[in-house]
Ligand binder design. Structure first.
Ligand code: GDP
Ligand code: IMO
Ligand code: MG
Length: 434
């Protein structure tokens, strides 16, 4: 009767979806819960010839009988949610009887994505574009903090329409301000289209199981069941501890799971963290470990298929950033580590970032702003090629990859974390346990 938690330790897209699906194969978990973020997330699941990318739906969807929970700190994009449910139906999975949405979850309105774009337009004037996913995440969380967002549970109240209209009026005022002051282009047709699609989706959401999720999860725990909490984004995008303001608008750290699901901290057991053998990032802000040689960066991008699961944007590629990884592990208290993309090493030599420098001084603490960094210190080592694709037996792993894994183990030996599993491909069967 515990909650185990899995979070990303980098800038997102570490392969969290695949690892959640993998953990479910143990049969140890009764349900999977998303506790923060929204449709900015894109979690890829591959099972044989089936591929599914979940944005709101938790990554237990391809496992029959696993309950799926959407917590109160999630900003729910109704259009995306309904689309995902329909897509899953086509794949042969009707999840509606096992999907539960918190009545306290926040509803992304049809105007939030437009405000997101407008705010990007405003920021780009000062050269500070965040490069958001434009899914309305920041504006929805702003409305939540300002105590005016619509909750999923509100849709069944008679005042929903009136509340929605009042909020939309305010949103239109924001958009007109961005239009007048920052030349943001308002395209009426697009807004009307979004409104119709949103209203249609809301009617479908009404048919789903909307409940007091905190009550339900606590009930499951008291029945002796284990729940897996699925993080979105990654520690380096955490609202408070990432490279602010180049972050997302929610806290991705494990501490938020209690607030995001309505459970006490005593319910938390293991904390799984996920990293890749290298680093990727999409969006604005500095990326200290970025591979300087464009050709080498392209090799990683192509070999690793590093294109956004939500926006399709190419992901920037960097060497493994051990300095950032250690910071993320310490902040999150991760005790079990997944390492993905061990099948991807398209260069003979690789580098690992060991520390950051500011004006010749090696940093002990993580800097407030990544753009303060003047140099990164790296260690070079031999690569291990791509021969480990699909390997699922530890005994068949190439010695060069084992050497790299032992190197990491050594570099993390002072932290209370154990490497438990290594990914060797995108399919749910592509991993070996250590
Ligand atoms: P998430 O957001 O953390 O769930 O990750 P994404 O789904 O956005 O991106 C991870 C990508 O890597 C997806 O395309 C996965 O199918 C793929 N993937 C996950 N683990 C591995 C691995 O070990 N090797 C390879 N080659 N691909 C992987
Ligand atoms: P998953 O769960 C990678 C990034 C965006 C942008 C910043 C803010 O798939 O790992 P937002 O739309 O949240 O306001 O954008 O955060 N970002 C992600 N990058 N993976 C994600 O999710 C991300 N979610 C947000 O690119 O830089
Ligand atoms: Mg992703």
């Amino acid at each position: 009767m515990a909650i185990d938690l899995l979070i990303g330790l980098q800038w997102g897209d570490e392969g969290k979806g695949k690892n959640i699906d993998q953990l479910l194969s143990t049969g140890n978990y009764f349900g999977v819960a998303r506790f923060q973020g929204g449709a900015n997330a894109g979690h890829t699941l591959k099972s044989g010839d089936k591929t599914f990318i979940g944005h709101i739906v938790p990554s237990g969807c391809l496992r029959e009988n696993v309950e799926l929970y959407v917590g109160n700190e999630v900003v729910v994009d109704a259009i995306s949610l309904i689309k995902e449910i329909e897509e899953l139906k086509k794949l042969g999975f009707d999840i509606t009887s096992r999907l539960y949405i918190s009545n306290r979850a926040k509803l992304v309105s049809y105007l939030h994505p437009f405000i997101d774009q407008a705010e990007e337009c405003y920021r780009s004037k000062g050269g500070n574009k965040i490069g958001t996913t434009c899914r309305g995440i920041g504006p929805a969380y702003s409305d939540s903090r300002a105590r005016r967002i619509l909750l999923v549970g509100d849709i069944n109240f008679p005042d929903f329409k009136q509340k929605e209209e009042e909020l939309s009026e305010l949103h239109m005022n924001f958009l007109n301000m961005y239009k007048d002051k920052y030349n943001f282009e308002i395209i009426e047709d697009k807004i009307n289209e979004a409104k119709v699609a949103w209203q249609k989706a809301i009617e479908e959401v009404k048919k789903l199981q909307i409940c007091d999720l905190s009550f339900l999860i606590q009930k499951r725990l008291s029945e002796g069941k284990h729940i897996l909490a699925e993080g979105a984004q990654g520690v380096m995008l955490d609202l408070d501890f990432g490279d602010y303001p180049n972050v997302t608008s929610s806290n991705v750290l494990p501490a938020n799971v209690c607030l995001g699901l309505g459970v006490p901290h005593t319910a938390i057991r293991d904390i799984y963290g996920v990293t890749k053998t290298y680093t990727t990032k999409v969006g604005g802000g500095d990326f200290p470990s970025r591979i300087k040689d464009k050709e080498i960066e392209n090799l990683f991008q192509q070999a690793g298929n590093e294109f956004g699961a939500t926006t399709g944007r190419p992901r920037m590629c960097g060497w493994l950033d051990l300095f950032a990884l250690r910071y993320a592990i310490k902040l999150s208290g991760v005790n079990k580590l997944f390492i993905n993309k061990a099948d991807i090493c398209p260069t003979e030599e690789i580098e690992v970032i060991s520390s950051y420098e500011v004006d010749g001084k090696t940093l002990e603490e993580f800097p407030l702003r990544l753009n303060q960094i003047t140099r990164v210190k790296t260690e070079k080592m031999l690569g291990w090629g791509t021969s480990n694709y699909g390997v699922s037996d530890k005994e068949k792993v190439s010695p060069a990859l084992m050497k790299y894994l032992n190197y990491l183990k050594d570099k993390l030996s002072d932290l209370n974390v154990k490497i438990v599993s290594v990914g060797t491909g995108p399919d749910r069967s592509h991993f070996f346990d250590l």
